[in-house]
Design a protein around this ligand. Structure first.
Ligand code: NAP
Length: 270
């Protein structure tokens, strides 16, 4: 039997075991997926211990995504983002990947849009991955962040990106084709990072927040006639990309979608 898992602190509400267990069942893979609570002080031991135990793969969530890089070889995506969410232990040292990049690319491939201008709200870990994915796909990216210095630092790492304050974000809506919320604004509240009244049917609106699945931003986007995509879709696609890296076959996306849907009706985080 192959063993996979997710490490994080906290880890109680993770949706990953539900998605991957459903995936292994759907493909009759003899594997188990376990949530491991790993505190920061034990991260290095956890990685070397996982390798010693013959664990096949791990997902990585908060707060380990950046720190774990130092114990791994990195794919181009993970190196560019500076964070890992998926580890493949089939090599020594293990290989760290960032499938949030492939996850957003899969979402973009599924909608009728061509690269234009994108506004990302936020400059944290998720924004790092999504700005890289958009940049690599040929989008010009504007990054709006509460701490504008962080947006400037991130923009400088991308080939065609600029930084603005969070207050200036609404004024940029008219000039962009795609909007992506990469802040927790809207998580468990009825707030939106943007003025919904300024969204139009020309916008693609993606919200990384997935709890609730239907956020204020998505409701405003739908009311405006925008294409509206929720964080549950990003969560699903990054998991599918991790499955494909580990198992070298297409992920059973429908089984994983169904399991995620059931899991998100309870309180869940990655
Ligand atoms: P992070 O690294 O902590 O970054 C948070 C970002 O949000 C920072 O830019 C921060 O601004 C900004 N922010 C936080 N609270 C804010 C507030 N009240 N007002 C304005 N800006 C605020 O977090 P992350 O890992 O990037 O995650 C961001 C969100 O994406 C979370 O909700 C997370 O659950 C979600 N996410 C979803 C997926 C998915 O697959 N759906 C994947 C990854 C993350 P400052 O720089 O000023 O602090």
């Amino acid at each position: 039997m192959d063993i996979y898992g997710v490490i994080g602190d906290p880890i109680e509400h993770t949706a990953s075991p539900a998605m991957f267990t459903a995936a292994f069942d759907a493909h009759a893979v003899d594997a188990a997926y376990v949530a491991f609570h790993v505190q920061p002080a034990h991260l290095e031991d956890a990685i070397s211990g996982a390798a010693a135990l013959g664990i096949s793969g791990l997902n990585v969530t908060i707060p380990h995504k950046e720190t774990v890089c130092r114990y791994l070889d990195l794919t181009g995506d993970a190196a560019a983002v500076g964070a890992v969410n998926t580890i493949d232990f089939s090599t020594t040292p293990p290989m760290g990947d960032n499938t949030d990049v492939a996850g957003l690319a899969a979402v973009l491939d599924s909608i009728p849009t061509t690269p234009g201008r994108a506004l990302i709200v936020g400059a944290g870990g998720a924004a790092r991955a999504y700005s890289f994915a958009l940049d690599a796909a040929g989008w010009e990216v504007v990054i709006a962040n509460r701490t504008v210095e962080r947006a400037r630092t991130l923009a400088a790492e991308r080939s065609a990106a600029s930084a603005i304050t969070l207050e200036a974000a609404n004024d940029h809506l008219e000039g962009v084709d795609l909007v992506l919320n990469a802040t927790p604004i809207g998580m468990g509240t009825d707030e939106s990072p943007l003025d919904g009244g300024r969204l139009t049917e020309h916008h693609v609106v993606i919200d990384a927040v997935y709890q609730p699945r239907y956020t204020r931003l998505l409701a405003d986007a739908e009311a405006a006639g925008s294409v509206a995509i929720g964080g549950d879709r990003l969560l699903l696609e990054q998991a599918c990309a991790a499955y494909e890296r580990w198992r070298n076959e297409p992920a059973p996306i429908e089984a994983m979608r169904e399991a995620l849907g059931r899991s998100l009706t309870r309180e869940a985080c990655v």
